[in-house]
Design a protein around this ligand. Sequence first.
Ligand SMILES: Cc1cc2nc3c(=O)[nH]c(=O)nc-3n(C[C@H](O)[C@H](O)[C@H](O)COP(=O)(O)OP(=O)(O)OC[C@H]3O[C@@H](n4cnc5c(N)ncnc54)[C@H](O)[C@@H]3O)c2cc1C
Length: 404
Amino acid sequence: MEYDDTERATEFAERTRRFVDEVVIPVERETLGSEPVDEDVVDDLRERARERELYAPHLPEEYGGQGLSYRDMLPVFEAAGRSLLGPPAMRVEAPDEGNMHTLELFGTDEQKERWLEPLVAGEARSGFSMTEPMQGGGSDPKMLKTQAEKEGGAWVIDGHKWWTTQGAEADVLIVMARTDREAHPYEGCSLFLVPTDTEGVEIVREIPHVGGEVTGMSHAEIRFDRVEIPEENLLGELNEGFSHAQQRLGPARLTHCMRYSGMAERALDVTKAYVSEREGFDGPLAEKQAIRFTIAEAETNLHAARTMVRHAAREIESGGEARIPVAMTKVFAANTVQEVIDDCVQLCGANGIGKDLPLADFYENVRQFRIVDGADEVHKRVIARDAFSEVDSAEVDGITRYEE
Ligand SMILES: Cc1cc2nc3c(=O)[nH]c(=O)nc-3n(C[C@H](O)[C@H](O)[C@H](O)COP(=O)(O)OP(=O)(O)OC[C@H]3O[C@@H](n4cnc5c(N)ncnc54)[C@H](O)[C@@H]3O)c2cc1C
């Protein structure tokens, strides 16, 4: 399919695809299975990405990146997503990618020097700590309980978070906390940079889950017990935490869509090859119409998802109100890639769930996407609120009603 990607984006995405096919996938075949991949393997892949000038495409050159614009990076993320090892190899994996973006947008020069530079270099790791256990903030972030209070020249944070990706390995966490209890939470929360070796930060546990991350990343439960950090660790403006997070999450939702779209595209490539070679009922499976229709529907929905991503990205880049297009895209893309990968598993039979092919890892990994970055229902709530915002009762004039 042709898209209106710029020449630079197309050229960069083609080089990324070659890198993933020639360098990353052979390593994936040797290393992926049930165990996480060693750090040395990832470091080596990163070196190879640097040699090909593909490393950290999303960051400005002054920080060691390749300086792609937001829209240009989307097809690149898609090409990287063809292997679960592609994003870490190119340093575009979540959550560091979104955290680097947040630091780039809102960090002071000192914060960038201390955190952004080592993050780009791959010498530090980070987590984004927002979701909280039961009575705290989850799908409804207004429930957020973690708080930060000013005591002299320091902020003191108390709270309890869970599902902080990479929390147990991180050097620094970006923590969302309430800073004005009188205000509506959307106007009374702030972001803080919390080094994980600060006294009072307790990694309670790594939550067991389906879909092990290839690099062994944790999803951690963390307590913050009178965690004292200096004033200058406030990230961005005081009480602007939600609006800053929104600036991180909107674009990050689309980059996530593209990484997953790459995963679905590769799943289809693998499946088309399998059903073309596998024979049964007097010929290759690929000749059965039921199978051809499944592939046709998958290709159609994937094309629609990619088109929606580009449309939403245009809205973001032009400074428009991108909330609805992003919500629609997130829901549609997450459901599409999940269905495509499930179909691919089915069409490859036993090998769909065997680990000789990458499909089983994709299958385990993709399930989270309908939940992370806002569950389907939360986005549909936003879409429906907009849809119902201008209801005109005159549209049903002529219908019989009870008389008063
Ligand atoms: C793999 C993974 C990584 C994650 N990484 C991070 C991270 O790094 N940092 C972080 O802060 N969080 C992270 N999260 C948490 C994630 O952001 C939340 O899981 C997500 O926002 C949903 O919140 P919840 O799990 O608390 O769901 P809950 O709020 O408990 O909701 C449960 C379910 O109820 C349904 N629901 C909720 N509200 C409504 C409604 N109004 N109407 C109808 N149905 C509704 C949805 O189906 C939802 O999935 C991660 C989660 C996963 C699975």
